[in-house]
Design a protein around this ligand. Sequence first.
Ligand code: HEM
Length: 203
Amino acid sequence: MTSNSLERQPARMPKRPKQALLAKIFHWVNIVSVSIMLTSGLQIYNANPVFGGRAGPHVFPLFTLGGWLAGGRDWHFAAMTLFALNLLWYGVYIGLTRRWKNRFVGGNDVKALQVGQNQKRNAYAWHRIVYTAIVPILLLAVFTGIGMYKPAQFYWIVDAFGGWDALRIVHFMTVPTVIGFAIAHSLLALKVGGTRLLESMFW
Ligand code: HEM
């Protein structure tokens, strides 16, 4: 594809996108389970902040779930299976239906950004980059979480991060990363497909 044709290439998002019911269910379950994981995780964090220990900066209670350490852990461990299984079946679904070909970033997006005069095409490329990047971040949350959940059985995960404290910090850092990517993902979806695309992901 020449740089000129990339310039002219419109964003491939249809005007009235139709999402499969399975994609909508995934989206809802993901939002609910990630929100529970985030807020209950922050409740756990408040019991003994990663940065600065017990006297370190605490999270405002409005953004926490569970009321106290054990309550936060109960919520975190109850929702982690839902969160992980939802990601797993999303992987199976997007693999079997070959939707990853349209959803994930490709060489065309990178080329379009390199030549990039077409603002709409650029926004679409960024949309796919951000969408693709969320997947390894969520998987990192699962991976580090499993290491924290069963450190004796999965000692090699703890070792891979250089010890428990480093593992805790990486797991914690998935929080601002997930929030940042979720905001970027929503804004780019709005820019690329307008409110119609956003609405089509939910109902
Ligand atoms: C299947 C996925 C996950 C598993 C197995 C998992 C597991 C765990 C475990 C075992 C702990 C430590 C609990 C304790 O020390 O009492 C923890 C803490 C935490 N988790 Fe997760 N987690 C997962 C996903 C997530 C996600 C998606 C987020 C948010 C993006 C998250 C945020 C946190 C936070 C903020 C903490 C507190 C960190 C700290 O201060 O030590 N977790 N998680």
